[in-house]
Ligand binder design. Structure first.
Ligand SMILES: *[C@@H]1O[C@H](CO)[C@@H](O)[C@H](O)[C@H]1NC(C)=O
Length: 387
């Protein structure tokens, strides 16, 4: 009995211990699963690791890490300078490359969203002394297509003719690139003739097309920096604009003299992801959802210290083809935000219909393509009260 009792006692104790041990094993196992967290979740694990898994090894250069190659940051590493990748290289660059490797580097297109900049573009028509005799308060640079002589002529006989305004000197140049194709040679002759006649043309040797406007704006900054740094301000303006020059001068007389960029400033501009959009950018080229503040390309003003700083910044920021956004990115790199104009009524991107009183108060507006701009100017300048 005793034995039996003892035996049953022992069995019961063993059962209890056994159960506790099993419970402990399950408990520890359960805790381990919880601690494994996201790595143990197959779906999350794939999300975290798949981009790295799908890079073909051939695309990685030996000293490039996986992290660098998958990030789509716009800024170049500080040590890395963007080399010119066009087929032709400058004599200096060629020497450097030849010492580095025996065979010439094959031409690599930067793709459709990045333009060929920095690069040593040359001026094929120039006005190097434009800002020497009288130092302008403002240099106006009109970006226009090489074959758009009609727009240049209208500007020459309207707001472009205003050369002394409220006692301040205003100078004007037109900036064009080059055309390719059959009419190129004839057009070049006409441009040379137009330049001899008006002495207000600047031409550089990049191909002038919509996708190259960033090159155009950077070449413009180079020209201001090299040939017109005696000015106080530079203004980029499109050829389809109306400009109220006295209002521009009056605005600038009260403006900061350095680190100043103004115009119609866009805040939180969304990056367009629809491939059919005119300003499409894929995530791989620009990963953020919004752009930093930037002044719209229709017309913006810079204090003349900025061109040099922006050219320097452009060596560290990938040259996106959207020119105004690109300058915004360079401004962000410099840590200088664009400044709003003193009035929200100063710059207009949606064409304002002509009204003498309205136009008296603005600085710049886009015009309807069918607006008679010669008549408009005559009416605007007539000797009557404005409002
Ligand atoms: C932009 O200009 C560069 C330099 O002239 C040229 O190589 C490139 O083909 C041009 N881009 C387009 C889209 O024409």
């Amino acid at each position: 009995m005793m034995t039996c009792e003892r035996q049953s006692c022992c069995t019961r104790r063993h059962c209890l211990l056994f159960t506790l041990a099993i419970a402990a094993v399950f408990f520890i196992h359960y805790m381990n699963i919880l601690e494994m967290g996201s790595d143990w979740n197959p779906k999350l694990w794939m999300q975290n690791h798949s981009p790295k898994l799908f890079i073909p090894f051939g695309e990685l250069s030996p000293n490039e890490t996986m992290e660098e190659s998958t990030s789509s940051s716009l800024e170049y590493p500080e040590t890395e300078r963007q080399p010119s990748t066009r087929g032709t290289t400058t004599p200096q660059a060629t020497t450097v490359l030849q010492t580095a490797r025996a065979t010439p580097v094959p031409y690599v297109s930067p793709g459709p969203y990045i333009v060929e900049y920095p690069y040593e573009y040359r001026f094929t028509i120039n006005e190097p002394h434009k800002c020497e005799q009288e130092q302008p308060f403002v240099i106006l640079i009109v970006q226009v297509a090489p074959n758009n002589r009609p727009h240049r002529d209208i500007i020459r006989s309207t707001w472009g003719a205003e050369s002394l305004v409220v006692g301040k000197v205003v100078k004007l140049v037109f900036l064009v690139g080059q055309k390719t194709g059959e009419e190129a040679e004839q057009l070049q002759k006409e441009l040379q003739q137009e330049s001899n006649e008006h002495h207000d043309l600047i031409q550089s040797d990049f191909i002038d097309c919509y996708k190259n406007l960033t090159i155009k704006s950077m070449v413009m900054l180079e020209w201001v920096n090299t040939h017109c740094s005696s000015a106080s301000y530079a203004m980029k303006i499109d050829s389809d604009m109306f400009l109220n020059v006295p209002n521009l001068i009056n605005m600038l007389l009260k403006a900061p003299k350095t680190n100043y960029m103004t115009g119609l400033v866009a805040y939180g501009g969304p990056v367009l992801r629809d491939p059919s959009s005119k300003w499409y950018l894929p995530v791989e080229v620009f990963s953020q959802a919004v752009y930093p503040p930037y002044a719209l390309g229709l017309g913006y003003v810079l204090s003349v210290d900025l061109p040099k700083k922006l050219i320097e910044a452009s060596r560290h920021v990938k040259a996106l083809y959207i020119e105004d956004v690109y300058l915004g990115l360079c401004m962000q790199h410099l840590g200088i935000p664009p400044t709003n104009p003193p009035s929200g009524n100063h710059f207009h991107v949606v064409p304002l219909s002509y009204n003498r009183c309205t136009f008296f108060h603005i600085v710049a507006t886009t015009l309807h393509p069918n607006e008679d701009r010669m008549w408009l100017w005559k009416d605007f300048k007539k000797n009557d009260p404005y409002c």
